[in-house]
Design a protein around this ligand. Structure first.
Ligand code: NIG
Ligand code: FE
Length: 413
């Protein structure tokens, strides 16, 4: 592997390692006229260009005054799915609520039918171009959940698709077991019997032994699983080294964020209806608050109270929630732009939210998401002079070059 030197960096955003508390997310150092050396896939040195001592044999990237940031991390997605639900999109525009559509037999269950009919290879083929586009948008790590199979075999098929995708493209993928996404039709009135199946020792042992997932997620919501059921799911999964995550406080407030604190979840995600008690619980537990502004934007509903969480010093992360129902938005940079204008977060805050803190939400903060010597060289070169301009050009893909583990994977060195 050749060493890589990046010269002529207009702005290097020196994002520190996560988790970064909300009150510090705006305080990130930047360097102008910077350079960087990448060796063996790691950040070996960075500093003022005049102090650069280039290694003998190296590839050189001329950043042409562009801005360099850590590779973006999408820490909450449902990127493996089949079928589309644009009819629900139109129904919502005509006044039907997301929950109402689900209660009338639409919603997650529609995607479940499509995923059950697809083979593992078909799921892989559908996800590949999505991941390719995410990479072109500067995303170098993506978490992907199951949750559209809702039988043991179909949930494992989804996670196997994630495993196969790992070797077919450059993005690092992280699997999450979300079999408790909703109760499938066949178990309509017996959610606990469904939970018996997906929490069976053989199933969870297999998820652990074949490294199909690192996390277990549950949709804790009036229309999905109660607090007691969610607790059962997450406490059981913990015994198989699957760390808890939750879809919490999205539509109704039933105590999901408080539960997140109690089960020591690594992250609590959504949080549109979080209350002060929930914020206190997450703070006490050191839990990352993963906000999904594209989801609320897509559904046309109120955003999570981001500023209240930042003021409470919670480490806030931002992700797309990319899925065919509530957030058909695969662009993380657009999602970050939405966080700026709709949640009043600054470009610096959203950048730390999608790098250092997103890495913390998937337990990778000691390897990715920061500009620090010794960190993995996952880097993005933008064709704008600073990261404020990147967010200001809302929705334009400003990515010129993407480096994954020291290798140029988008653009040319
Ligand atoms: O994160 N909230 C629950 N699950 C997904 C939506 C899934 C769907 O509608 O297909 C979410 O928003
Ligand atoms: Fe989600």
């Amino acid at each position: 592997m050749h060493d890589l030197v990046i010269k002529n960096i207009g702005e290097l955003v020196v994002v520190p390692r996560g988790p970064i508390g909300g009150r510090s997310m705006h305080e990130v150092a930047t360097m102008t006229n910077a350079a960087m050396i990448v060796q063996d896939g790691l950040i070996a040195w960075f500093g003022p260009e005049e102090k650069l001592e280039s290694p003998a044999q190296c590839h050189v990237v001329d950043a042409q005054g562009g801005c360099v940031i850590p590779g973006l991390i999408d820490c909450h997605t449902h990127t493996v799915f089949a079928g589309t639900r644009e009819n629900e999109f139109v129904k919502r525009l005509q006044g039907k609520a997301y929950a109402q559509i689900a209660e009338e037999g639409g919603g997650i269950r529609v995607s479940v039918e499509a995923v059950r009919s697809a083979s593992c290879d078909e799921l892989v083929e559908l996800a590949l171009p999505r991941l390719r586009r995410m990479l072109q948008g500067g995303v170098t790590t993506v978490e992907i959940k199951s949750g559209y199979g809702l039988t043991v075999d179909d949930e494992l098929k989804m996670l196997e698709a994630v495993s196969k995708l790992k070797s077919l493209q450059p993005i690092e993928l992280v699997g999450t077991y979300l079999a408790a996404h909703t109760t499938p039709r066949e178990f309509a009135d017996q959610p606990d019997a469904y939970l018996d199946l997906i929490l069976d020792d053989k199933v969870l042992s297999r998820v652990r032994d074949e490294k199909l997932a690192e996390f277990c997620d549950v949709f804790c919501e009036r229309t999905a699983f109660s607090v007691a059921q969610s607790r059962r799911v997450l406490e059981t999964a913990k015994r198989y080294n699957l760390r808890p995550k939750l879809h919490a406080d999205q539509i109704t407030q039933i105590g999901a964020s408080v539960l997140a604190g109690e089960v020591d979840a690594i992250s609590a995600d959504h949080l549109e209806t979080i209350h002060d008690e929930g914020i206190a619980a997450l703070t006490k537990a050191g839990c990352v608050a993963v906000l999904l502004p594209a989801c609320s934007f897509f559904l046309g509903v109120e955003q999570a109270p981001a500023r209240r969480m930042l003021e409470a010093n919670l480490p806030v992360a931002i992700a797309t929630d990319y899925n065919p129902g509530s957030s058909m938005v695969e662009s993380l940079s657009l999602t970050l732009g939405i966080a700026c204008t709709q949640m009043k977060m600054t470009p610096t805050e959203v950048l730390t939210a999608a790098t250092a803190n997103a890495a913390s939400a998937i337990d990778r903060h000691n390897r990715v998401g920061a500009i620090e010597t010794g960190m993995q060289a996952d880097l993005v070169l933008l064709d704008v002079p600073n990261h404020h301009q990147w967010m200001y050009e809302l929705g334009r893909n400003c990515v010129r070059l993407v480096i994954k583990k020291g290798e140029v994977v988008v653009g040319q060195a």
